[in-house]
Design a binder for this molecule. Structure first.
Ligand SMILES: [Zn+2]
Length: 171
C-alpha cells in the first residue's frame, strides 16, 4: 500500500470515528433514511418515523445511525413492522398524523418518556386521526388494536399505539 492510499484510509477512518456518514450510508433495507419523503410502508414516510412537534427531527435519525449496526438494524426492522401495522390502521380509520414515533434515549429523557418506552425500540407511535373523530377512533381501537393502547385523546389530543402486549391505560 502506498503512502498516499494509506493517508486516504486514515482520513476515512477518522471521519467515521467522529460519526460523519456519507449519504449512501443512510440506505438500509432499501430505504433512504436521509429522505423525509421515502416510504417505510404504503402510507408512511421516513419523515414520520422521526416526527417531533417541531417537524422532522433529524437528530433522532442521527442517534439511530450512531448505534451499533446490529442494534440499528433491529430497530429499523421494528419500525418497518410498526409501519405495516399502521397501514392497516390507516385503511381502517382513515388518515392519521404521527406526532412521535422513534425516540432516541436523549429525546426520550427530554420528553419524560418511560425509561423502557416502546418508542425507543421504534415500536410505538403517538398519533391523531385526521378523517374521523379522535374519541371515536380511540374507543374503537380498544377492540381492534392487539398491542398497547394509551388513551391520551382527552388530555393530550393524541393516541399512543405500541406493539407490546395487549393492554390499555389512560394518560
Ligand atoms: Zn407514546
Amino acid at each position: 500500500m502506498n503512502v498516499k492510499r494509506m493517508c486516504l484510509f486514515v482520513l476515512l477512518g477518522s471521519m467515521a470515528s467522529v460519526g460523519q456518514l456519507l449519504a449512501q450510508d443512510f440506505v438500509v433495507q432499501g430505504i433512504d433514511w436521509n429522505n423525509s419523503n421515502a416510504r417505510v410502508a404504503q402510507f408512511f414516510t421516513v419523515g414520520e418515523v422521526f416526527a417531533s412537534p417541531a417537524g422532522v427531527d433529524w437528530n433522532r435519525r442521527n442517534a439511530l445511525f450512531s448505534l451499533p449496526e446490529a442494534e440499528r438494524d433491529r430497530i429499523i426492522s421494528n419500525i418497518l413492522s410498526m409501519a405495516a401495522r399502521l397501514d392497516e390502521v390507516r385503511l381502517q380509520y382513515g388518515r392519521i398524523a404521527i406526532t412521535s414515533w422513534f425516540r432516541d434515549a436523549e429525546t426520550n429523557r427530554r420528553v419524560s418518556g418511560a425509561p423502557n418506552s416502546w418508542h425507543l425500540q421504534g415500536l410505538a407511535v403517538d398519533m391523531r386521526p385526521l378523517d374521523r373523530n379522535g374519541q371515536e377512533v380511540q374507543d374503537s381501537l380498544e377492540g381492534y388494536w392487539s398491542g398497547g393502547l394509551g388513551r391520551g385523546w382527552e388530555r393530550h389530543g393524541f393516541i399512543h399505539l405500541d406493539l407490546g402486549p395487549r393492554r390499555a391505560w389512560d394518560y
